[in-house]
Each structure stands twice: as C-alpha cells, then as structure tokens.
Design a binder for this molecule. Structure first.
Ligand code: HEC
Length: 115
C-alpha cells in the first residue's frame, strides 16, 4: 500500500517535471534550430562564425532594436539578399514557408541577447 502510494507520487512528479521542461524556452530554441537545419541554412551560415553568409549573431546585432526587424528578416530569408554584407548574394529561399521564415527571423534576433 505504502509503496504504491510512493510510486504514484513519483510518477506524478515526473510528469510535472516533463511538462515543465516541454514548456520551457530551451525546447522552443530546439524547435527553431530544427527549422533552420530543415531548411538547410547552415550550408552557408553558422550561429557565431562568418561562413559564406554572415553569422546569425552578427545579423541579430545589426538589426537589434529595429521595430521592423522580424518582418525585414522574414522577407530577406524568403527573397534572398545582396550587397548588405559583402559581394556574395544570398539566393532566394523559396522552399521556406512564411511561418518558418517568421520563426527563424525571431530566433535569429533572439541571439543578440545571449539566448
Ligand atoms: C547559398 C548560401 C546561403 C544559403 C543556403 C542561405 N544563406 Fe542567408 N545569406 C547568405 C549570404 C551570402 C548573405 C549575405 C547577403 C548580403 O550581403 O546581402 C546572407 C544573408 C542572410 C541574412 C541577412 C539578410 C539581411 O537583410 O541583412 C539572413 C537573415 C539570412 N541570410 C538567413 C538565412 C536563412 C534563414 C537561410 C535558410 C533558409 C539562409 N540564410 C540560407 C548565404 C546563404
């Protein structure tokens, strides 16, 4: 009887912890990075080093504080970009959905405050 009660309490605590973890920001960040990987952005970008394209952290810094930043980045992700960072243009990423582009834009901007 006692041990059954302990087991139920344990199970309940476990479930509360799992749902708290699922709702936490780290899982949201995981989802964003999955979307970035799924859309093959990392072929040219990385979070903190310049590769073919600028580092996502550098992009976050440049647009930090601009009210239009999410919309701007969402548009450039889908349409591509040129001469903002250097000689190499970024081709349009038509395979990215509007929703994914918005989530990626918000994720990139979140990188400027150390998240
Ligand atoms: C073929 C290589 C390549 C791929 C693939 C690529 N990028 Fe880029 N990206 C670049 C280059 C090069 C630039 C710099 C363009 C410029 O100078 O304006 C850039 C710039 C950017 C910028 C900054 C735009 C601005 O307005 O300043 C963002 C945001 C960005 N890329 C996001 C992404 C995302 C998200 C993906 C995946 C869906 C992606 N890129 C895929 C090469 C790439």
């Amino acid at each position: 009887m006692v041990s059954k009660c302990v087991r139920v309490t344990f199970l309940f605590t476990f479930m509360v912890l799992v749902s708290a973890y699922l709702m936490s920001g780290s899982v949201l960040a995981d989802t964003s990075i999955n979307i970035v990987n799924k859309n093959r952005c990392m072929a040219c970008h990385s979070v903190d080093k310049k590769r073919v394209g600028p580092a996502f952290k550098a992009i976050a810094k440049r647009y930090d504080g601009s009210g239009q930043a999410v919309v701007h980045l969402q548009t450039t992700i889908k349409n591509g970009s040129q001469r903002r960072w250097g000689a190499i243009p970024m081709p349009a990423q038509n395979h990215v959905s509007d929703e994914d582009a918005r989530i990626i834009a918000q994720w990139i901007l979140s990188l400027s405050n150390g998240n």
